[in-house]
Design a protein around this ligand. Structure first.
Ligand code: AKG
Ligand code: FE2
Length: 353
């Protein structure tokens, strides 16, 4: 399939091919205003206070983290210790990858959704009703490390960056475990994060002549525990907060973090995974790099036993092996929280009736 990059570069492109129009699809944007998204300050977590602070400071930041997970499922992380130069090298490496010729990139086309390296366009071209204005590269980087052969010196950057991000994720999950009333190492141990499945998702959204009709990525939640996202200074990410779309931009050097379906499952719905999407624009190419950090692929994840059984709380989700969950999510079209609904026990939780 033609990459969107190549399509966008066709001379005199003034409108998008009908296959890319979201207007007639079930996932359509309901009104143009809706597409614009609103502005709201998002929670900011100073990671250094989680690790280096006095008990008082730590307890304050832990509470802030609880608020961010409970009310937003989304927050920005600053002072995380990952080198800003390394983050920029990642963005540069991904740009160089997408700048390869289509032929060079196609070497990485995978056949199966769990193949370690997959380059493609849209989400899942075999089932998508509408094509997305997006090219992607997905690479499994942990527990086994993989990397495309080109660009030439990408491998070291990718390895160093993804390891540094895992350290931040571990720290955040310790805080989240505590906030759930569990031991701080609970999630790391129960979901065997030593062998966590970590997937790089690099997204390229070229300029689009009709951004109000096309979509970069439609509304969805992520399958893992925490997704750590950076972008190249161009906006496009929107999250759903209290029923409204909110534009979010990463401050330079900061991570945008969202809670995924497996935080929702493990916490038995105390923390929900957040719906988000990527819209496109007609001026600049946007690159985002999402690192999906999940449990071990072999872990069968269900709500933490410790949170169940005291009268009111029954398990609201059935257990499923994480690898199977990822396969299910990636094999179907991307649509809201439809994958999570498959493991949710009906009737859902009080707010969902
Ligand atoms: O490009 C973005 O900002 C969103 C990317 C995303 O949601 C994803 O890759 O799962
Ligand atoms: Fe996502």
């Amino acid at each position: 399939m033609l990459s969107v990059k190549t399509l966008a570069e066709s001379p005199n492109l003034t409108c998008i091919p009908p296959a890319y129009s979201f207007l007639s699809s079930s996932q359509a944007i309901s009104s143009p205003d809706d597409r614009g998204g609103g502005e709201q300050p998002i929670p900011i977590i100073d990671f250094s206070l989680l690790t280096l602070s006095t008990p008082d400071q730590r307890s304050k930041i832990i509470q802030e983290l609880d608020y961010a997970c409970r009310e937003w499922g989304f927050f920005m992380v600053i002072n995380h210790g990952v080198d800003e130069g390394l983050m920029n090298s990642m963005l540069e490496g991904c740009r160089e990858f997408f700048d390869l010729t289509d032929e060079e990139k196609r070497v990485n086309e995978g056949k199966h959704v769990l193949d370690p390296i997959r380059y493609g366009t849209s989400f899942n071209a075999s089932v998508d009703e509408v094509s997305l204005w997006r090219d992607y590269l997905k690479v499994i980087v942990h527990q086994e490390f993989h990397c495309p052969n080109k660009p030439a010196d990408f491998s070291n950057v990718l390895q160093e960056y993804t390891k540094a991000v895992r350290d931040v994720v571990r720290g955040l999950l310790e805080g989240i475990s505590e906030n759930l009333g569990l031991e701080s190492c609970y999630i790391n141990r129960a979901l065997d994060l030593e062998s966590s499945l970590q997937i790089l998702i690099a997204n390229l959204y070229p300029p689009c002549p009709q951004p109000e009709l096309a979509m970069g990525l439609p509304s969805h939640s992520d399958h893992g525990l925490l997704t750590m996202l950076i972008e190249n200074g161009i906006s496009g990410l929107q999250i759903q907060h209290k029923g409204k779309w909110v534009n979010v931009n990463a401050a330079p050097g900061a991570f945008l973090v969202n809670t995924g379906d497996h935080v929702e499952i493990l916490s038995n719905g105390k923390y929900r995974s957040v719906l988000h999407r990527a819209v496109v624009n007609n001026k600049s190419t946007r690159i985002s790099i999402a690192l999906a950090n999940g449990p071990s692929p072999e872990a069968i994840v269900s709500p933490a036993e410790e949170l169940l059984g005291n009268g009111s709380s029954r398990a609201a989700y059935i257990g499923m092996k994480y690898k199977d969950y990822v396969e299910l999510q990636q094999s179907n079209k991307l649509s809201g929280k439809s994958c999570l609904d498959r493991v949710k026990i009906w009737p859902k939780m009080p707010g969902d009736y």
